[in-house]
Design a protein around this ligand. Structure first.
Ligand SMILES: N/C(=N\CCC[C@H](N)C(=O)O)N[C@@H](CC(=O)O)C(=O)O
Length: 830
């Protein structure tokens, strides 16, 4: 008994179960100690360290921090290891199994005795003591607990009481059948922790079973108690130590010595140390008494708490079975818990019922993480509810017409759908994520509202054809809206052109001055682009206007439905020919988003031009204060932000198209849930493009052109040089020769630092005698611009024709100009 109690004898005993080697001594520290103190102190420190080991470290492997997850550990020797055990005989091949140790909650105390030889009260799950005859070299700990939890089974907790342990390494667990059984239904992963103990023997695995959950709760409480005890013990220890130190300092031996001489000397330290060691026994006794008292008090209060908690737990179990499933807060007030449980149960029942709605074969509600990840209602409800209701109305009418439901049921459903639409628009409809999407929400709400008849709505229909129908209807409407915004912008641009009919500006290629052009000509070039965007959208709308409804999930239906009737009702051209195609493809969205992307690029280029022209360097454009912002710290600034953002948001619109392209890239026919992801890019693209069109229109309505600045920039850059080439060609000089002659003329102008029109006829004739007096009709931008005559050119007549065309096409009428009415001065008659 004494041997176990003191532990010290075990350290050197070869017959002990766990021989504890001497603790390692840091050689540096040892050298310091030797130099400063006598051998007495060295020995004393060593002895104290050893004692501490015996006192504070268990003579076994301590799995204390695992205990809340364990009830059984099986320890086996590694079959590969044949090394000699620490202090033991050579391992034989037939001694493959080192030991088989079974731990249960009842066998979990350490030595069972405290240092005074008094029997400790057994505390459950406190520490595991394996009956292993040798200290194993390598321990593989395989625990069906959370990996994070297992990571704590390192040097601190998996201790042999011998040496500092090397690092712990984790590796993927080998899952066996029993492990799988234990893991099933639990949201945890097994982990393996290898631990090198460094003392000879080797074991293969420690197999740890999970304790039932309700026991885990007890164990956790037990762990908390352990922590509380430890902190009491520490504070007692500290106070005892402090008082011992104080008494040592004031002891006679120190008083008789000249303290000033000793203060910094090693002798002083030695004296203190000796005194401490002499007081050690006293101190230990005092400490033990205090610890005993504290422990007793703690045990008693813990027992009282245990009884109370056990009673509460039993009470809870009476009315809520879920406490078997790992509910861990046992301190909360019972009534509050009861209410929460009832609420949760209702919620769960509701979810399970919903699951049944989705499919009778499901017994359980969908996991919350999955629900959050897979629902689409939060992203689509506002956009799609109306089209879903419109689609359902058409479908139910057709079902009644075909005799698949009664007229009464049809009317009940139609009225119910109207009511749901009203509730949604009044903001009173409850959109539920557990009902996944807009379709299930509306259908389930209808069933809640009108009962049995509503259960017939989904006859001969699937969400696959339903969502495809909703989307085609939505795109059709969205295209209609964009067309209006495109037209508004065109009208604003034509109006600007009409306001600036004869204004010549430098035309650029490579952003270098090239030829003079009329501003209206340039503005109308954007109008042309937007017209093609319009055409693309109209084509897209025509192509998508076919009805998928009735395609079912993919294969159609065996019920006698009339797809043409539904198609007509929804104003589609006709039903889609192929039911698989009807639910599979989203090419109509791709086409729509491509068109949007092209429109955005056009807007971006317009934005870039206007941003450039707003700069001090160009100064061609003056933007109204209503459409610009100032710099926060630069007072004089007037930033054309809207057009910068038009340029910037183009990235989103192009991104939306790319998202959808990539989304569709790898999908086999027919419907795949991936397609649910088509909505966000679709909605975003449309919303962004509409915003861009709106703001560009506003900008166009709010700008004016700085004629002075533009005019002063015209003479530079020999913008009339090309017209001079035309003059020579008209005189019969081959184009290449004409080009060369004009090149030399420009060089002369540069040398003489003058414009072409300023060169004298003699100078020109020195270059080539073909020049005559009439050359001056071609020189200068005002003359030059008049010479353009080809169809679509910048010549005033041609631009006038173009303007006429757009005024007619866009049905623009000139408004009466009132005193206060500045813009728009033109408006579309539509
Ligand atoms: N789950 C499903 N389609 C969901 C379509 C709606 C979805 N929110 C989406 O937006 O794509 N298809 C089922 C049939 C169905 O639920 O109608 C299937 O093909 O197995």
């Amino acid at each position: 008994m004494e041997e176990i109690r003191r532990g010290a004898t075990k350290t050197n005993s070869s017959s002990s179960l766990y021989p504890l080697p001497s603790p390692p001594i840091d050689p540096n520290r040892h050298a310091q100690m030797s130099s400063g103190m006598g051998t007495y102190r060295q020995h004393h420190h060593q002895r104290r360290r050893q004692n501490r080991n015996h006192i504070h470290k268990p003579e076994c492997m301590c799995f204390r921090h695992l205990t809340s997850k364990l009830c059984c550990i099986v320890l086996k020797k590694s079959s590969s290891s044949k090394k000699q055990l620490n202090g033991g005989p050579q391992q034989q091949d037939n001694q493959q199994e080192l030991s088989f140790i079974s731990y249960t909650a009842d066998e979990t105390n350490n030595s069972g005795f405290n240092r005074r030889g008094k029997e400790k009260k057994k505390s459950k799950f406190r520490c595991f003591k394996p009956a292993c005859p040798r200290l194993p070299k390598k321990i593989t700990c395989c625990c069906m607990a959370e990996p994070s939890r297992m990571s704590t089974v390192g040097p601190r907790h998996l201790t042999t009481g011998a040496r500092p342990l090397p690092t712990t390494t984790a590796r993927p667990p080998v899952r066996n059948a029993s492990m799988e059984t234990m893991l099933s239904g639990r949201n945890i992963e097994p982990a393996i922790v290898e631990q090198q103990t460094g003392s000879g023997a080797s074991v293969e695995s420690i197999h740890i079973e999970l304790v039932p959950d309700h026991q885990q709760e007890l164990m956790r409480e037990e762990e908390q108690k352990g922590t509380a005890r430890k902190s009491v013990r520490n504070s007692v220890r500290t106070s005892v130590r402090t008082s011992v130190r104080t008494s040592v300092r004031s002891s006679k031996e120190v008083a008789e010595t000249d303290e000033s001489d000793l203060r910094d000397s090693s002798d002083y330290v030695e004296i203190i140390d000796r005194q401490e060691s002499e007081h050690d026994e006293e101190d230990d006794v005092e400490l033990e008494i205090l610890l005993e008292e504290n422990e007793r008090e703690l045990e008693e209060s813990t027992q009282r708490e245990d009884e109370k908690k056990e009673a509460e737990r039993k009470d809870r179990k009476l009315w809520a079975g879920r406490y078997n499933e790992g509910f861990n807060d046992v301190v909360k007030i019972v009534e509050e818990e009861k209410k929460e449980t009832e609420k949760n149960n209702v919620k769960k029942e509701r979810k399970v019922a919903e699951r049944k709605f989705g499919g009778g074969r499901f017994d359980d509600a969908v996991n919350e993480v999955v629900e959050r990840f897979t629902e689409s209602v939060t992203k689509e409800a506002d956009e799609l509810y109306m089209h879903d209701i419109v689609g359902s109305r058409a479908h139910v009418k057709m079902l009644a017409a075909m005799g698949l439901i009664t007229v009464d049921d049809r009317d009940v459903i139609l009225n119910g759908l109207d009511e749901i639409k009203r509730l949604i628009e009044d903001g009173k409809f409850e959109w539920r994520k557990d009902r996944q999407d807009v379709h299930m929400n509306i259908e389930a709400a209808l069933i809640d509202m009108v009962g049995e008849p509503a259960k017939k709505l989904h006859t001969a229909r699937s969400r696959n054809d339903q969502v495809a129908t909703d989307l085609r209807l939505w795109c059709r409407d969205a295209i209609g809206k964009i067309l209006i915004h495109l037209r508004n912008l065109q009208v604003a641009l034509v109006s600007l052109a009409l306001d600036n009919k004869g204004l010549i500006i430098p035309g650029y290629t490579h952003l270098q001055r090239a030829q003079p052009v009329l501003l209206p000509h340039l503005l109308l070039s954007y109008v042309e682009e937007f017209e093609r965007d319009t055409g693309r959208l109209v084509n897209c709308k025509d192509r998508l206007n076919y009805c998928p409804l009735g395609a079912g999930a993919l294969a159609g239906t065996g019920l006698p439905i009339d797809r043409f009737a539904t198609s007509d009702e929804l104003k589609f051209t006709e039903p889609l020919r192929n039911s698989i195609d009807a639910v599979s493809d989203r090419d109509f969205i791709l086409e729509f988003l491509s068109t949007n992307a092209i429109t955005a690029i056009h807007l971006s280029r317009l934005g870039e031009e206007w941003v450039l022209w707003s700069s001090e360097e160009f100064g061609f454009l003056i933007a109204n204060d209503k459409v610009t912002t100032g710099g926060n710290i630069i007072p004089q600034k007037n930033n054309p932000d809207p057009m910068e953002l038009v340029r910037g948001k183009t990235a989103r619109v192009v991104g939306d198209l790319v998202t959808l392209l990539v989304l569709c890239k790898g999908l086999p026919h027919a419907y795949n849930r991936d397609l649910q992801e088509d909505k966000e890019p679709l909605f975003d693209s449309v919303k962004t493009v509409i915003g861009m069109l709106e703001v560009s229109t506003e900008f166009a309505r709010s700008i004016s052109f700085n004629r002075e600045k533009i005019n002063s920039s015209l003479p530079d850059g020999y913008l009339d040089a090309t017209t001079l080439v035309d003059y020579l060609v008209k005189k019969g000089i081959p184009f290449r020769t004409s080009h060369d002659i004009v090149g030399r003329t420009v060089a002369m102008g540069i040398t003489k630092k003058c414009k072409l029109a300023e060169l004298k006829l003699d100078d020109l004739r020195r270059i080539n005698t073909v020049f005559e007096e009439d050359v001056y009709e071609y020189l200068g931008v005002e003359n030059a611009i008049k010479k353009f005559m080809s169809h679509g050119s910048t010549g005033p007549e041609e631009v006038a024709k173009q303007l006429d065309f757009w005024v007619k096409k866009l049905e623009i009428k000139k408004l009466e100009k009132h005193e206060h009415q500045k813009s728009p001065r033109y408006a579309s008659t539509e």
